[in-house]
Design a protein around this ligand. Structure first.
Ligand code: FMN
Length: 205
């Protein structure tokens, strides 16, 4: 299994609807290919982590690299992993804001404007901090040794990050529909998008 991370720049401004349809595409495809990861976005800049079977991930990153929706794709890392770090997500997503930074240990002094291509390309510690923050911990034997209280806190932190991800999808749906309504009309595509988003948001039973 491998994990690849990269940064890139959106080729054109991404509307909520653009982000939502990209996210749906990622989740649909990744679920089918057993790929997990996360995608962060702000200031026209993407930071993505994808993980899964070596060949599947390499092939996917080659496809992503040619996607006209972004440019300047810069690989940050490609490494072998024994366990997934984003196991619960076919593609976790968040638009990074100054509030996001406030909740990240070691990155509290940063703000939304710092999430840009130049800074991410030159600051390994910022990339590491972000990747670490959004990863879902896996309970290996070592972690089981940790004090139960710490486990509860970690569990709550993960639940919080996941619910933020859901709120992000819900915001994208609402923003897309409002923009469509303001721009002349909601059509069948928007309704289909709402239905798929709703399916994503409903907790798995
Ligand atoms: C920033 C960015 C991230 C992407 N991430 C993924 C991804 O995780 N999984 C995926 O299948 N496609 C991803 N894509 C889309 C791919 O480039 C490509 O369009 C898609 O895999 C083709 O899917 P289709 O065969 O269903 O049309 C991404 C595109 C961009 C611009």
């Amino acid at each position: 299994m491998i994990q690849i991370s990269y940064i890139s720049q959106a080729a054109a401004p991404m509307s909520s609807e653009d982000l939502l349809s990209l996210l749906m595409q990622c989740r649909r495809n990744n679920m089918a290919r057993d790929i997990t990861g996360m995608l962060l976005f702000a200031n026209g800049t993407f930071l993505q982590v994808v993980e899964g079977d070596d060949r599947v991930v390499d092939d996917l990153v080659a496809v992503i690299g040619k996607d006209p929706r972004h440019t300047s794709v810069q690989l940050l890392g490609r490494r072998a992993i024994e366990a997934r770090q984003y196991a619960d997500w076919s593609m976790g997503f968040e638009r990074v804001t100054s509030d996001s930074f406030k909740t990240i240990e070691g990155l509290r002094d940063f703000s939304e404007k710092d999430f840009n291509f130049a800074t991410l390309a030159s600051s390994q510690s910022m990339v590491q901090g972000l990747m670490e923050h959004y990863r879902v911990s896996h309970w290996d034997p070592l972690v089981r040794e940790i004090d139960a209280k710490d486990k509860v806190i970690e569990h709550l932190r993960v639940a919080l990050v996941q619910s933020r991800g859901r709120a992000e999808v819900a915001s994208l749906v609402l923003e897309s529909v409002i923009a469509a309504a303001n721009g002349g009309g909601v059509n069948a595509d928007h309704l289909r998008m709402c239905e798929s988003a709703l399916a994503l948001l409903r907790p798995k039973s």
